[in-house]
Design a protein around this ligand. Structure first.
Ligand code: A1D88
Length: 654
């Protein structure tokens, strides 16, 4: 057992290379005192200079709360390992990726670090257990695997070695949260941890297909990017990371290596770094695939093998489906998690594909994971069945969502947060479905107003999720998406709380709300035209009804962003407010909405929305009918009595 964990105040980062100085930077930004150590003065200085440069960049972009000099001042440097760790509450080793080097470092750290310090390695591929074995306290050693570059990448894998205690892992997890990153537990010390385990088949399965002449490089990359929405094609990614890296990982793991990979390594065509790999960077245009190259690439084969890998991780107790999905989205930039995607495809389909591949090729990697077979046999075949890796809404009430957060307070305020900050809260199909499901299943009687906002501090929403646009079925997208209509017709007042980018479908969602408040830093626009599209979620129609013809067309035709001040000036939003006053202005609006007379607000919303599309006479008729009805409510009695008594009314919605 580790001794009682002390509060972490001082962090020693060993290694000032790309990962080390990045980890030191994010740790200092979060307010910790950091000691950055490398073996030579030059290396430490280079690392420190890179941190200073990066802090300046963050400050220029307004993404640093503190003065960059103050942050840099929290980082001390040394070449003396003992001095670096002797006062550290947490040591993060980010040295070369060689077991013997790391073991040497850990042996020295063990001798010099305080007894109750937490000892972490940032290794991306070595065994935590073997590194920990170099110390007398393997229970205090864990993996904290940051992704490159740490300043930009949100994910950290928190990995157990064989001896790591829960207390150690939890302390590491909490530290990661405290620096504003997203931790996932990797509960067993498996090769590749979570992200690289699932990323393995993403890269190797297409390589097998190309090796056997079943696909071409461009075909695979075009299909995975343009049809399946991955941020990069598998071969493009291989060139970027270095083909030799993947080759050596497979060699170490003693897993079969696709011939095309062997061939590239043998010819020293290792990717971008040698000027040629799967693509030619010196004499060619690099990854020059186009959407049409995708042809009929068998992407199910690749996604089935990835889903199988995920099932092995879940079945072996290495990670939960939630952790895997978070890992793949934040660590590999996948548009959605591998488990969720498999649930969408249908686990029965995935299993059948694996069995067919196994029959055809006989390779071990197609052997279905026990856990996958169990799920399918239990009827948990995915989203359509209501349960697969994940559970899905049964329509009995709001369920657990993955791309939105929500809360309904005692005053009847329903807060809905679009929660995909790493994608600027882009509206994926899942996110849209979840908003619809929430608004359709939450008890309206409990809700008095709804506020929509975006997670993080950069965007309300940067629009529809662009990944995989090319694979959309036009038949499904020709109607304005249900989410905008559901929001527009929701029978309670709705307000968009906008802080940051509000673009494309994000703006359409905001326009579907009744009211819009924004910080002055926010930006608005319909960039769809720059993608060869038009706003397809009601944007053209709401804008032309809300703005002058000229302004609406300027927004749609030019695709330019406009400032919050201009948006307020044009009448696109209600107010543009300085950031420091924003909460109080939003609070005042919300207070009026949740304490207002529910029936009158509902009727007013309906009459105004529906009347706007009718003739004046028809609109006036709707209004007078609503007025007459409201006269019969208890709320009117309460409103008039409160006025007479000079007190605040308490409307019950009766
Ligand atoms: C019917 C409706 C149709 C539509 O709505 S079409 C979509 C319309 N929207 C857009 O075209 C906006 C696209 N996004 C942008 O132009 C830029 O982003 C911003 C100006 C909003 C911000 O730029 P910057 O500060 O440089 O950030 P970053 O590196 O571009 O974005 C951070 C991460 O967010 C992802 N992302 C941003 N917008 C979307 C989107 N709409 N769909 C999917 N992903 C998006 C990026 O790719 C990147 O991700 P990574 O860090 O993995 O590279």
């Amino acid at each position: 057992m580790r001794a009682e964990q002390t509060e972490i105040a001082t962090v020693a980062v060993l290694g000032a290379g790309t990962m080390g100085h990045g980890i030191a930077e994010v740790t200092a930004i979060a307010g910790y005192d950091v000691v950055l150590r490398d073996i030579e003065e030059d290396l430490v200085e280079d690392g420190y200079d890179s941190i200073e440069w990066s802090l300046e960049k963050l400050a220029e972009k307004g993404r640093l709360d503190d003065d960059p000099d103050d942050v840099a001042a929290r980082i001390g440097t040394t070449t003396d390992l003992e001095a670096a760790v002797s006062d550290a509450d947490l040591v993060i080793e980010a040295g070369p990726e060689q077991l013997s080097v790391k073991q040497d470092i850990f042996e020295s750290v063990d001798a010099a670090a305080p007894e109750d310090a937490l000892l972490a390695t940032n290794s991306s591929s070595l065994s935590i257990t073997e590194i920990a074995a170099a110390t007398e306290r393997p229970e205090s050693v864990l993996g904290l695997h940051f992704f490159n570059p740490p300043v930009k990448m949100d994910l950290v894998e928190v990995i157990y070695g064989e001896a790591t205690t829960d207390e150690t892992a939890e302390a590491g997890y909490e530290f990661v949260e405290s620096i504003g990153k997203t931790p996932i537990y990797v509960r067993k010390d498996v090769r590749g941890f979570v992200v690289n385990s699932v990323l393995g088949p993403f890269m190797s399965e297409p390589a097998w297909m190309v090796s056997t002449g079943e696909a071409t490089i461009r075909q695979a990359d075009a299909a995975m990017v343009h049809e399946r929405g991955y941020p990069m094609g598998p071969f493009e990614l291989g060139d970027l990371t270095g083909i030799d890296i993947g080759y050596h990982v497979r060699k170490e793991a003693e897993t079969p290596i696709p011939p095309i990979m062997e061939e590239k390594v043998a010819n020293e065509k290792l990717g971008r770094k040698t000027g040629e790999g799967y693509y030619d960077y010196d004499d060619g245009d690099g990854p020059d695939y186009v959407p049409e190259d995708a042809d009929d690439f068998d992407h199910l084969r690749v996604e089935a093998v990835m889903a199988n890998e995920a099932a092995k991780l879940v079945g072996d107790g290495v990670a939960t489906p939630e952790a895997i999905d978070t890992g793949m989205q934040l660590g590999a930039g996948f548009p959605e998690g591998t488990c969720r995607r498999a649930d969408d495809i249908g686990l029965g389909t995935v299993l059948e594909k694996l069995r067919t591949l196994h029959d055809e090729h006989g390779d071990d990697r197609y052997e279905p994971a026990d856990y996958l077979v169990e799920l399918v046999e239990a009827g948990h075949t995915g989203k359509e069945a209501g349960r697969g890796f994940h559970e899905y809404s049964t329509g009995d009430g709001p369920s657990d969502y993955h791309t939105i957060n929500w809360a309904l307070d005692d005053d009847g305020l329903l807060e809905v947060e679009l929660d995909r900050p790493s994608r600027m809260n882009a509206i994926s199909e899942t996110l849209a479905d979840e908003v619809v499901d929430l608004l359709s299943s939450v008890d309206d009687d409990e809700v008095r107003a709804v506020v929509f906002e975006g997670a993080g501090d950069r965007a309300f929403s940067a629009g529809a999720d662009i990944s995989g646009f090319a694979d959309r079925d036009p038949a499904q997208t020709s109607e304005p998406t249900e989410v905008f209509t559901t929001v527009a017709e929701y029978p309670r007042p709705t307000l968009a709380r906008i802080d940051g980018y509000c673009l494309g479908a994000g703006l359409e969602l905001a326009l579907a709300c009744d009211l819009r408040l924004a910080t002055t830093d926010s930006e608005f626009g319909f960039p769809e035209i720059t993608l060869g599209l038009l706003p397809g979620g009601g944007g053209t129609q709401r804008a032309i009804r809300m703005l002058t013809d000229a302004r609406a067309k300027e927004l749609v035709f030019r695709g330019e962003h406009i400032s919050a001040e201009r948006a307020a000036d044009w009448g696109l939003i209600n107010r543009a407010v300085d950031a420091d006053e924003f909460d109080s202005v939003v609070g005042a609006f919300v207070e009026d909405l949740v304490s207002g007379p529910p029936i009158a607000l509902r009727k007013a919303k309906r009459v105004m929305n529906e009347g706007a599309d009718e003739s004046l006479d028809a609109g006036l008729e709707m209004e007078s009918q609503a007025f007459a009805l409201l006269l019969t409510t208890d709320d009117v009695e309460e409103g008039t009595a409160a006025f007479a008594a000079d007190r605040e009314p308490e409307f019950e919605g009766q």
